[in-house]
Design a protein. Structure first.
Length: 230
């Protein structure tokens, strides 16, 4: 994930993250391997290459939240930004890995929603929402975190795979779950089972993911399955 900055050359990741409301940037991260046996939750940090500062609370901004919110709502087209920038090229780095012994691991890192308030926690560091991993499957999500947090998307997809559903079909149902809530947004679900079968499913046309294994020297760019909801 730290090396994800190399993806800048591939055109789907920015060097720095989205700006917060007061300038600067934050990153939320989560890492999990073999179900819940080993997991690490990093809620916020200025940079993946800096020491983690995960438990700081922004008291001053919290106490004046209404003032900051009023200013943003009055001066900026918030919903327009939300739709446009919640899935721009400064987004989430998702990695699902399977080793030669069949052990799965999932890692997710993101700078979060554009113009978020400091202290906002997205889905990336929340197990069950932005990522989840069991001995049978690993799932990572990108897109509008509020959606995957409400639906527990990653955990639901893993559960379906554990009940003998294919990774692609399980993710398709994860996308269709969006119909249960009245909220606009985009999600992209990446999943892999313990046999190495991987897929990507999304409700935004034109998205893709990369795949590689020990038998090939280069990343393979794959189109993700598009599910039209409207």
């Amino acid at each position: 994930i730290v090396d994800g900055k190399d993806l800048v050359e591939l055109g789907n990741l920015g060097i720095s993250g989205m700006q917060t409301e007061n300038g600067g940037g934050d990153h939320g991260c989560g890492f999990q391997e073999l179900g819940m046996k080993n997991y690490h939750n990093v809620m916020e940090g200025k940079s993946l290459e800096m020491p983690v500062e995960a438990q700081k609370l922004v008291r001053e901004l919290f106490m004046n939240f209404d003032t900051h919110l009023k200013e943003v709502m009055e001066n900026y087209p918030v919903m327009e930004w939300y739709r446009k920038l919640s899935f721009d090229k400064h987004g989430t780095t998702n990695v699902i890995a399977l080793d030669s012994e069949g052990n799965l691991a999932v890692g997710v890192s993101t700078s979060g929603l554009a113009m978020k308030f400091p202290g906002r926690v997205g889905d990336s560091p929340i197990f069950g929402a932005g990522l989840y991993c069991s001995e049978k499957a690993g799932v990572a999500c990108t897109g509008t975190g509020e959606i995957t947090m409400r639906l527990c998307t990653a955990r639901m997809v893993v559960d379906r795979i554990e009940n003998n559903m294919t990774t692609e079909r399980a993710a398709e149902l994860g996308i269709l779950d969006l119909k249960k809530i009245k909220e606009e947004g985009i999600i992209h679900i990446l999943s892999m089972d313990n046999s190495g079968y991987a897929s990507g499913v999304t409700n935004k046309n034109g998205l893709f993911h990369y795949y590689a294994n020990s038998e090939q020297n280069e990343l393979v760019k794959r189109p993700s399955t598009y599910i039209k909801l409207k």
